[in-house]
Design a binder for this molecule. Sequence first.
Ligand code: ATP
Ligand code: MG
Length: 511
Amino acid sequence: MAPEPPLLSMEGITKSFPGVRALDGVDLTVLAGETHCLLGQNGAGKSTLIKVLAGAHRPDSGRIVWCGEEITLNSPSAATRRGIATLHQELDLVDGLSVAENIHLGHEPTTAGFIVRSAAARDRTARLLERLGHPRIDPAAPVGVLPAAQRQIVSMARALSHDARLIVMDEPSAALDPDEVAGLFRIVRGLTAEGVAVVYISHRLEEIRRIGDRVTVLKDGRSVAAGLPARTTPARAVVSLMTGRDVGHVFPPRPVRATGTTPAPAVRPALSVQGLTRAGEFAPLDLDLWPGEIVGLAGLVGSGRSEILETIYGARRPTAGTVLAGGERLRPGSVPRAVRAGIGLAPEERKTQGLLPTESVTRNVSLACLGRFSRGGWIDRAAERAAARRATRSLSLRPDTPDAQVRTLSGGNQQKAVLARWLLRGCKVLLLDEPTRGVDVGARAELYAVIRALAADGLAVLLVSSEIPEVLGLADRVLVLREGRVVHTAEARDLDEHRVLDLVMEGSPPV
Ligand SMILES: Nc1ncnc2c1ncn2[C@@H]1O[C@H](COP(=O)(O)OP(=O)(O)OP(=O)(O)O)[C@@H](O)[C@H]1O
Ligand SMILES: [Mg+2]
């Protein structure tokens, strides 16, 4: 008996954009019922490959074979009709529409308008949400008000509404906390048990081990390994395939600090937060952040982490308390004051809060300090460009094209553009909210080294991350938050991942 053909095989796919060969003869084979992980550094071509599969990009050459038959996918609806559903890296939900409307958006236009208003549509939506284990999401709620994890679920429900046989997820876990990732994995296992195949993209290698059956690795638009066993291939081997080198030490060494030493009295904290509160979001917080110190805030999404950073930055008004930068008391709720006092924030939602997608890389990077390049009313473009380029190169932002529009960069490289901006600005206090979301392992190590080097130069860093190993590896001192309250403070070297997880989940009594 002939073996079943693979569900999907993509063979020799190439795709170029002006000046960039994003895919250069990529092969990908996916079997029914498997979770196939797609790995690669930022810009390796992962999203481009799955956009080809989603019918969003036409490949320049190559074949797509679906259930043994060669097919052409010349539009997103052609892919949907075949049973290929995609959750893109940037979720394409319409904020103003309801959950039910979003889920039915991709269906035939004439029926969509009708279906969506009917009770049947709401029922159908409710059933899909139930199947995904989220019966409490309201089908009538506007999508714009939902938190990130629930938006993800809505996209997934939309994929399921098409009876997909293959669901592609482009970095679905990037915005989720550990609990929500566990929920996502339950859904993925449920789908594969029903024979649906899942293509899963993530930069978190431990996830690949937990959820993946096989792995394909892309590097510079080529597949350098196809169909490796996900659980037994050593992580080091995968990383060196991705990067073409050994990434030995991910976290830079901490400077030696004798425990219990108090800084010399002449030195002021770079940032001093006293009784800072936002009713309903976080309880009074006291924190002194010293020059050269990296402090991590660990906690689940919703524990008040981001709200604390935004309040320090002046983007939210505290209900009580004060913030001092370099000894100077800041006006509450004023971003310009905070910025003038040398505070920078690299926000979590880069797309909406951080970047101008149609502006060049240079302009996005120099945005926060254009004044520095103005000469008698004119902007010194050459100086602006050179300075921006130094910052992007120190983060290995790729491609190294200062004039490219930021929207053409891969997800992880957009991230680096935001960070480059704050590097260039040279602030005294840097607030980092999920700095490595979507950043590949190789670039992470570089980014950590850059942050550590800045700290060694006297920068004070307050870091929020959902990835506990990142907080423990990078920070000197860690505050663990639960429901808006600091429940534990310790030197990072005295904590381990399990202890922090215990504390953020249920926690011991506040100390
Ligand atoms: N619309 C576009 N126009 C020009 N170049 C593009 C476009 N889309 C992608 N590219 C380029 O193609 C290459 C591959 O990008 P892609 O988004 O596929 O990377 P990726 O592997 O998904 O990376 P990441 O992990 O950062 O999301 C990059 O060099 C990117 O800059
Ligand atoms: Mg991508």
